[in-house]
Design a protein around this ligand. Sequence first.
Ligand code: AMP
Length: 284
Amino acid sequence: MVKVVETVAEVREQVAAWRREGLTVGLVPTMGYLHDGHKSLIARSVKENDRTVVSDFVNPIQFGPNEDLDSYPRDLDHDIAVVEQGGGDLIFHPSVEEMYGKDFDFYTYVKVEELSSGLCGASRPIHFRGVCTVVSKLFHIVCPDRAYFGQKDAQQLSIIRRMVRDLNFPLEICGCPIIREEDGLAKSSRNTYLNAEERQAALCLSRALNKGKAAIEAGETDAAKVRAIITEEIEREPLSKIDYVEIVDWNNLKPVDSTEGSILTAIAVYIGTTRLIDNFIIER
Ligand code: AMP
């Protein structure tokens, strides 16, 4: 039976009890409204650890002033059922006050320099500072052996790995592949914002990435040409508006001229007012 707790003290107490039994603990940080992408992270944690904690918290400090904090979908009962079915043990569902004090009585932030300014960081300047701060807090609260993050948010995965290395967090970061709908759209809680027409239009993201990837596999090494192929495909969709199409070195997120090394090809595209992201990584 999955247990839902709302306070830091209750999480610490439960994890301490598990530790006394010599059990290992996996953490899956989420903002809730759980879908198959989250399920895959939970499944992997359940497989690799004796106990799995899922945090379910829409983190206000990672949203910019004009972003979708208030409309972000929430459904705790659904999330409890998903974690239960997936074999998770504990859901940490804190209030904003529990995490940041009354009226945000909170001064301390964690920021990973260099990696946070490009890609999504360019249009979401405070986003990764908010993510790193909440994830640091969750690591200190749960003290997991392993934590699970999706490649769907590739820049986030890269930044969290770097933070763990730079700040000596004693845990392992496990990256998990992107889970997609049958037609290719990457699963996302934000897909619920799309109406039927937009849902169809959203397929331009995965279609464009597939074209770019195919070009690389066919021998194209010029990153600018691959970007052009991807851009052109997205622009064929009238409801789309590109935020960015970038090809960067997967080791340091710096733009590359050639696709020959380990690369992350990442895109962010508005479909109507909904901002969607997708990517592929080639590791060499
Ligand atoms: P979120 O609730 O959107 O903050 O996501 C929580 C975690 O689930 C993050 O590590 C995401 O990268 C991961 N995630 C979200 N969507 C997917 C997906 N389609 N496939 C794999 N992981 C995902």
